[in-house]
Design a protein. Structure first.
Length: 306
């Protein structure tokens, strides 16, 4: 096997002024998103945002995540938008197109500023992240949770070291994310796990699935949902290059499964998702909440477990 991509990469930060903070969203399970940054240093091989970057004529290949646009005025703009009489206090999802706790947040603290603003307006909020840095902001998160509905989803597709290292090169180890979940739960914040994307032939063995479910339960996660990998243009090309580099024997299987389609047909993923559901029931992972914090595949490809 060849060596994985280095954990750290040189990243250029471009400070920009944004005209709007809230983005209207359609057909994604929520109505409004908020992204303090454009681009993501985590550089996950399977990231669906690469497809959006391609359509925006920005790099979706190895260059993705090497430049991050920092919306330095995002919290001030958000405050103005939440203060409008027309605003209906709908749920705002932070991090739908970038990770709000990627390394840039340690320097700029924009996610924290946005959380403070949402807290001040008692606005319902949700977030998806892979960043254990979130524990820095437990004080703001607990304040917000006392004033409005708040749900955090930690993305943990796998706890398999090899698969994690080669497909999520810029992220913290899944065990660090699980420790962050424990701290947030102890502080009274509602936190679930998103086991997505599950990668056919790489992270879909029953023992691998069970390891995530067991770890989520042990951390106190309030629920777990799972979804299979989907490959739109932009994401497909980069993911297949990573597959060719590290697991060339799987290339024909993926070419067949994703031929002329972005989503797996049910015959390829239904068994895996059924197994996740069985494991959730077996290990007593709660289904208290239902939250989608990423573009959902067709219903037959997505199982909601929280």
């Amino acid at each position: 096997m060849t060596d994985p991509e280095p954990r750290l990469a040189d990243v250029e930060y471009l400070e920009v002024q944004c005209k709007s903070a809230l983005n209207p969203v359609k057909n994604m399970g929520f109505a409004w998103s908020l992204n303090p940054y454009t681009g993501c240093e985590h550089r996950c091989a399977f990231c669906y945002v690469r497809a959006f970057e391609l359509r925006a004529d920005r790099p979706s290949d190895d260059r993705y995540g090497r430049t991050v646009r920092v919306k330095v005025n995002v919290a001030a703009v958000l405050r103005g938008e939440l203060a409008r009489r027309s605003w209906k206090r709908e749920t705002v999802v932070i991090g739908a197109a970038t990770d709000p706790y990627q390394p840039a947040e340690g320097r700029y603290r924009l996610t924290r500023q946005c959380l403070e603003t949402l807290r001040d307006f008692a606005n319902p909020s949700a977030m998806i992240t892979r960043g254990p840095m979130i524990v820095r902001d437990i004080d703001v998160l607990t304040d917000l949770a006392r004033r409005a509905d708040l749900h955090i989803t930690f993305s943990i597709p796998t706890v398999d070291d090899e698969v994690w290292r080669k497909t999520e090169p810029g992220t913290a180890h899944p065990r660090q994310r699980l420790r962050a979940i424990e701290k947030l739960i102890t502080a009274g914040v509602d936190v679930g796990v998103g086991m997505a994307p599950i990668l056919p032939g790489l992270s879909d063995r029953p023992d691998q699935l069970e390891a995530v479910v067991v770890a989520a339960r042990a951390a106190g996660a309030t629920g777990l949902w799972a979804g299979m990998l989907h490959l739109k243009d932009g994401t497909r090309e980069h993911f297949m290059s990573v597959l060719s580099k590290h697991w060339p024997e799987l290339v024909p299987r993926y070419e067949d499964a994703y031929r002329n389609r972005a989503y797996l047909p049910p015959s390829f993923g239904a068994k895996t998702l059924h197994e996740v559901g069985r494991l959730r029931s077996r290990h007593g992972v709660s289904d208290r909440r239902r939250v989608i914090l990423k573009p959902p595949p067709p219903p037959e490809q997505l199982t909601l477990l929280n």
